[in-house]
Design a protein around this ligand. Structure first.
Ligand code: HEC
Length: 163
């Protein structure tokens, strides 16, 4: 807060002297934006927040196989990913893909000898026992629960081309 000071005379021989304020304090409006406009802005912000929420909602429902995806994360993602070769080859389009055919991935002779194409039925057989299906393969897995196998195979289908 500024204090206004009047100019003071030092010579007492100036009788007409009147102290004049050298500053004027103007009251600034507290809120520049009128209330109506402010609430319109608030409404707009709320509305756009809802739009963002609607767009970014997880698309779990879209493939209807959240359980399969979760199982894949828990049982396969340690070695595999959908789009990158890791310890195991990538899984994009695996349904309908020739066995042991990802370019640049180094398969075991056992898997290369298996031949044929991955179908849902063959993937189910693979997950039930990799060493029974291709003895000497570098993937060791036996999933006894047919329901879990079905969910994972459905997930693999969902990351493959629809045919
Ligand atoms: C411990 C590591 C590991 C885990 C866990 C694993 N895999 Fe594998 N997987 C491999 C390896 C290594 C290969 C290559 C095998 C070979 O060359 O003999 C492979 C190969 C495959 C193939 C053959 C792909 C092709 O291109 O022919 C499929 C299909 C597959 N895995 C599916 C799965 C699924 C589904 C799961 C989860 C239920 C899983 N794997 C879990 C390591 C793993």
């Amino acid at each position: 807060m500024r204090r206004c000071t009047g100019r003071r005379s030092t010579t007492p021989r100036e009788p007409q002297f009147r102290p004049r304020p050298t500053c004027s304090v103007k009251q600034k409006p507290v809120m520049d934006v009128p209330l109506a406009k402010a609430s319109r802005i608030a409404a707009l912000l709320t509305a756009s927040a809802f739009v963002v929420l609607a767009i970014s909602r997880p698309s779990v429902a879209a493939d209807g196989n959240a359980a399969g995806q979760a199982l894949y994360q828990a049982r396969c993602a340690g070695c595999h990913s959908v789009d990158t070769d890791r310890i195991g080859p990538r899984h994009r389009n695996v349904v309908g893909r020739a066995v042991a055919s990802v370019p640049g991935y180094s398969y075991s002779p056992a898997l290369k000898e298996l031949g044929g194409v991955w179908t849902p039925a063959r993937l189910d057989q693979w997950l039930a026992g990799t060493q029974k299906m291709a003895p000497g393969s570098r993937m060791y897995l036996e999933m006894d629960d047919p329901n879990q196998r079905r969910l994972i195979v459905a997930y693999l289908e969902s990351v493959s081309k629809k045919r």
